[in-house]
Design a protein around this ligand. Sequence first.
Ligand SMILES: Nc1ncnc2c1ncn2[C@@H]1O[C@H](COP(=O)(O)OP(=O)(O)OP(=O)(O)O)[C@@H](O)[C@H]1O
Ligand SMILES: Nc1nc2c(ncn2[C@@H]2O[C@H](COP(=O)(O)O)[C@@H](O)[C@H]2O)c(=O)[nH]1
Length: 418
Amino acid sequence: MGEAPAFFADSLLGDFPNGVDLKSEGHKTAICIGSKIYVIGGADHESTAVIGVQIFEKSSGEWINPTVLGTKPKVSNGHSAVLLNGDRILVIKGNSKSDGCFWFLEVGTPFIREQEKTHGNEVVAWSKGVLGNVEKPIVISGPSGVGKGTLISELMKEFPSMFGFSVSHTTRAPREKEQNGFHYHFSDRSVMEREIKDGKFLEFASVHGNLYGTSVEAVEVVADAGKRCILDIDVQGARSVRASSLDAIFIFISPPSFEELEKRLRARATETEEQIQKRLRNARAELEQGKSSGLFDHILVNDDLESCYENLKNILGLTEGVKTAHKTYPELVDLPVEHLVSKIDQKILINCGAGEYQKASDNMYVICLIHFLLCTQSILEFWHLIPLVQVCSGLVFAQRRGPRTDTRTKSICHQSFH
Ligand SMILES: Nc1ncnc2c1ncn2[C@@H]1O[C@H](COP(=O)(O)OP(=O)(O)OP(=O)(O)O)[C@@H](O)[C@H]1O
Ligand SMILES: Nc1nc2c(ncn2[C@@H]2O[C@H](COP(=O)(O)O)[C@@H](O)[C@H]2O)c(=O)[nH]1
């Protein structure tokens, strides 16, 4: 439990407007959700370089230091906060460029509740907002044993509130530590065949003698959680997704050599010798298709795990200093520390105040909150355009980050497979 001055706690027990700026406390903001008050600002209890979060429990009068997941925003000399949908807080840092000032603090979503079970403590999660980018799902393919799952785990560990894994269905038997509903939905062949006929799957394929498939629901569950979806599927599945309406980024993971692939598959010790032979035979075909089909936007060679992971983050625009491609919206603006924020439906109005020779509207911005949608680009453009009609200067905002890449622009990081 944390400590706070008694007069501060007393002021939180009274009525106050959500998002109130507690200037006397060093520009902390307070957001009340049920019996909890989230106080944002000041230094984090672990590092003075990042914005801190504390929870004041009104019923007991206690302060809680939550487990804070995700990349935390650096401290600033002022911010505003507005509650979205009861379980997410939008934090707007003042005195910073508009591409670095929008942050989400997730506080009561299903993801957070799940994490609280694991941590046995209150949990909150930060994620950075990005202007004008639509987050496409990420399809990761490559031969068995190349390290797809390892790379995806790294990504989920570093950005827990940003990405969600699409849990596939399979008819293969579970491995020792695999959990139904988490690693896969393990299914009987007859049941899965019927569900395929019923149109339940976005894609499916027979892989190494078993059926594997991505249900539409698996992708929707991730989208509903406001996260960017990651699919770990084979090349046949990637081709089907490419042909579907799901607009995704396609990444092929290649091994440094065939010998290394075999070594990894054997060292994992999850397959019988017969299965290993089958997977290696299929790997040759997958490597050919991965290199030649023009299906993949990016090919990454997973030689050294750390550098491959860095390359993956570069592609996804997650490395500091990397510019994401094709940012079409809008020009960057400097948001002052003093600004007023209000929320109307899915739009956030930011009033930065008028200068001496300006109209009030000259310094008004509108953010349209766009969640990742399982739909075509044109519908997203439509969403973009609606708020721009009525405002003087358009700031369009997509929750969570992700580069807008040219589809089929091929980048090959590291050396190609030999
Ligand atoms: N760069 C690397 N260097 C050495 N070992 C690695 C590297 N990347 C992953 N591994 C190891 O290789 C093995 C296979 O990795 P992983 O299970 O992630 O492969 P995969 O592509 O997901 O396989 P599958 O398609 O069968 O699920 C694991 O034991 C993992 O620890
Ligand atoms: N087409 C699909 N392929 C999938 C799906 N889920 C996993 N996979 C691929 O299967 C192999 C083997 O996986 P393993 O867990 O048995 O080692 C691997 O290449 C996966 O990418 C899916 O839903 N559709």
